[in-house]
Design a protein around this ligand. Sequence first.
Ligand code: GLY
Ligand code: MN
Ligand code: MN
Length: 440
Amino acid sequence: MIPVESFIERRRRLASQMQKGIAIIPTAPERVRSRDAHYPYRFDSYFYYLTGFCEPEAVLVIVAGADESASKHILFCRHKDMEREIWDGFRYGPEAAREVFGFDETYPVSKLDEILPRLMADQPVVYCALGHDAEWDVRVTGWINRIRQQAHSGVAAPTQIHDIRLVLDEMRLFKSAQELQVMRHAAEISSGAHRRAMRKTRPGMNEYEVEAELLHEFRRHGAQAPAYTSIVAGGANACVLHYVQNDAELKDGDLLLIDAGCELDGYAADITRTFPVNGKFSPAQRDLYQLVLSAQAAAISAVRPGNQWNAPHEAALRVLAQGFIDFGLCHGSMDTVIQSEDYKRFYMHRTGHWLGLDVHDAGEYKRDGEWRPLQPGMTLTVEPGCYVRPADNVPRHFWDIGVRIEDDVLVTETGCEVLTSAAPKTVTEIEELMQDRKDR
Ligand code: GLY
Ligand code: MN
Ligand code: MN
């Protein structure tokens, strides 16, 4: 768990990077799934990053003065309500929230419309996630207009709106030791879930049975939820990149691709493993698997400080393109296959993304048109793959094979650390683990 002091420190850092002005950061709304049933509630990542507060109907307001010491941290949250708590459970209420989460002031969220225009008056700049939620854009501009209408009484309305994400994305990109501790734990739980899936899988099972094993492992270790809908894709389903139906029978002789990771205290893990349903790779499956594994190894060795964001992708691409030529999937030289983008018939996504509170985490990939250099503290995925759909010009033994291998990686001072290495990925490791399974 990240201590309250760290959240206060983040708010201070944000305030010190703001000019004199006011930041307004609401959490996510509750969403109806059907009639009276809601989706499981998930807070907004920016709001949580600055507060550690998990309840819905809450808004963080930071008033930044000319210097850091003058910043004021205010929370609007649901009021205490014993009647509602009988139905929905505990809520902090403004008073306890102020104590526990270290705010200077707290108010019931029902007073937002009354208090916020007062706080915004005479502030030159409003910082918010402009365009993120149309309803909030309207509210913010509505408050500005209300202040304008009071100009005769001498108050000035803000004249500028800045996107607060420019500052927050950069802060979120570099993980603290405490964040990394949570991410390591999420990675460990998720690696265990992949091991469990390998041990439990048998021909004749359904994809959803394996999905249930993943969920079982996430929840029994305290992870709140999957970080994204698990992909459990047997055989040809692995060639559907966002396959989430997870309701097909697993066939002897097919591969199973699982892309699944848990969310623990807000932080995501994102792991893909591909393994044979019957525990033994066929020669064609092994060829493509080894190719993707080599591509991933090349990409991981390109994760080090100073290398550009794109270096791992380019390293993976070179290995894959050469492999596609060697296996008769592409023709020509490695350079022409890359330049013509012919490889995209079999590898159509990129090799990774930032990882953190969001599975595709906040943070710029380019600056001034250039890929940004990797720096210690950044966390990213490395996830090359190969997806072969049936086609006349494709050797038949590769048809319907889809492979992806995805790990979570931290950039360190000297290179990188793979956070998800407890999930087996060499052919030998996988076959041995699955061999063991037969004996049980
Ligand atoms: N699981 C989402 C991704 O790999 O990007
Ligand atoms: Mn990913
Ligand atoms: Mn993934």
